[in-house]
Write a protein that binds this ligand. Structure first.
Ligand code: PLP
Length: 382
């Protein structure tokens, strides 16, 4: 008989809510992907490279031209040089990068600290490596790091701390001061960091992303992960990258080469072309998504939901205490979908144990204007 290695993992809420949205015809603001296409030039480039025969395996580390474009983007965004050959690896999605980084770091019996609420792939990756996650909740209402609780969670077995900024589901941002505090906290300990920065370019109100790539001390013990899917509106391409110092990169690549070996070749050619021709795409992203956030929030201003605008990501949290305080958030998300035609994600599913009084749902605003208008109209009638 097969003994499950992940006995507590079932169908995720993302699959369930999208399914329910489909069954009920609800507007799907649950799962985090755009309902519009990536740039035309990018899509045309894929077609061209496929037709021109770039359809065989790419190098295990990723296409050199794409790694160079990533290095150039990092230099423009954060003012640091990361080496395309020894520090940057292209992966089939940020999720594969996270998985491989965890396998490289965690041995049986090791502990990894996650800050709840957190992305759902972290814990299974740690468990498959034989490790255990220690959950430290972020402090409400701003989802800030509780430094005392984090310090208290560190034990001699701690090998890894996960960071995620801009943060899914809350949109919260880590500051440079936060990175300094973390560096101080783990100085002298054998602890590494996986910094999940897939929403690095989705950041609003003139704020700047504090990347671990630009924090020399933390970077020396970090894997920094990002996703072309989020940045270029092509989540279904499942193409990402991971940046780490050479010794860490070498260990990660040992694993990556047996998990997938390489990413999808024509997609990498297309991304390299597009990044070279359109460096402005990344600079225009904050205004592009901020306009969507503001449209959605302005339209919801008269509703009975309460919220403060997300500082980053393409997710907006909303508190429904004034509407159905009797419902927990899973029941609320189902009720909203069935009765009011808008699918959302309950925030408690991102926790090991969510605060009982939490009454928050997450909406994805990576949607066309008409989708946001229709959804907001329905939500305003709730
Ligand atoms: C915080 C976070 N990390 C990683 C990912 C996965 O990115 P990818 O689709 O490139 O694997 C997501 C996608 O939703 C995410 O929200």
């Amino acid at each position: 008989m097969l003994v499950s290695k992940l006995p507590n993992v079932g169908t995720t809420i993302f699959t369930r809510m999208s399914q329910l949205a489909l069954e009920t015809g609800a507007i799907n603001l649950s799962q985090g992907f755009p309902d519009f296409d990536g740039p035309q030039a990018l899509r045309e480039a894929v077609a061209r490279h496929v037709m021109e025969g770039r359809n065989q395996y790419s190098p295990m580390t990723g296409l050199p031209s794409l790694r160079q474009q990533v290095a150039a983007k990092i230099a423009r965004s954060y003012g640091v040089q990361r080496d395309a050959d020894s520090e940057i690896t292209i992966t089939p999605g940020a999720t594969e990068a996270i998985f491989c980084a965890v396998q490289a770091l965690i041995h049986p019996g090791d502990e990894a600290i996650v800050l709840d609420p957190c992305y759902d792939s972290y814990e299974p990756s740690v468990e498959l490596a034989g490790g255990r996650c220690v959950h430290v909740p972020l402090a409400l209402p701003d989802f800030a790091v509780d430094w005392q609780r984090l310090a208290d969670a560190i034990t001699p077995r701690t090998r890894l701390i996960f960071l995620n900024s801009p943060h899914n589901p809350s949109g919260a941002l880590l500051t440079r001061t936060d990175l300094d505090k973390l560096a101080e906290l783990i100085r002298g300990h054998d602890i590494h960091v996986i910094s999940d920065e897939v929403y690095e370019h989705l950041i609003y109100d003139g704020q700047r992303h504090a990347s671990v790539l630009a924090h020399e001390e933390l970077y020396q013990r970090a894997f920094v992960v990002s996703s072309f899917g989020k940045t270029y509106h092509v989540t279904g391409w499942k193409t990402g990258y991971v940046v780490a110092p050479p010794a860490l990169t070498a260990e990660l690549r040992k694993i990556h080469q047996y998990v997938n070996f390489c990413g999808v070749t024509p997609l990498q050619f297309a991304l390299a072309d597009f990044m070279a021709a359109h460096p402005e795409h990344v600079e225009e992203l904050p205004a592009f998504y901020q306009a969507k956030r503001d449209l959605f929030c302005d339209l919801l201003a008269g509703s009975r939901f309460t919220f403060s605008r997300a500082p980053g990501t393409y997710f907006q949290l909303a508190d429904y205490s004034a509407i159905r305080p009797d419902l927990d958030d899973v029941a609320m998300a189902e009720w909203l979908t069935r009765e009011h035609g808008v699918a959302a994600i309950p925030v408690s599913v991102f926790y090991q144990s969510a605060p009982k009084e939490m009454r928050l749902v997450r909406f994805c605003f990576a949607k066309r204007e008409e989708t946001l208008r229709q959804a907001a109209e329905k939500l305003s009638a709730v």
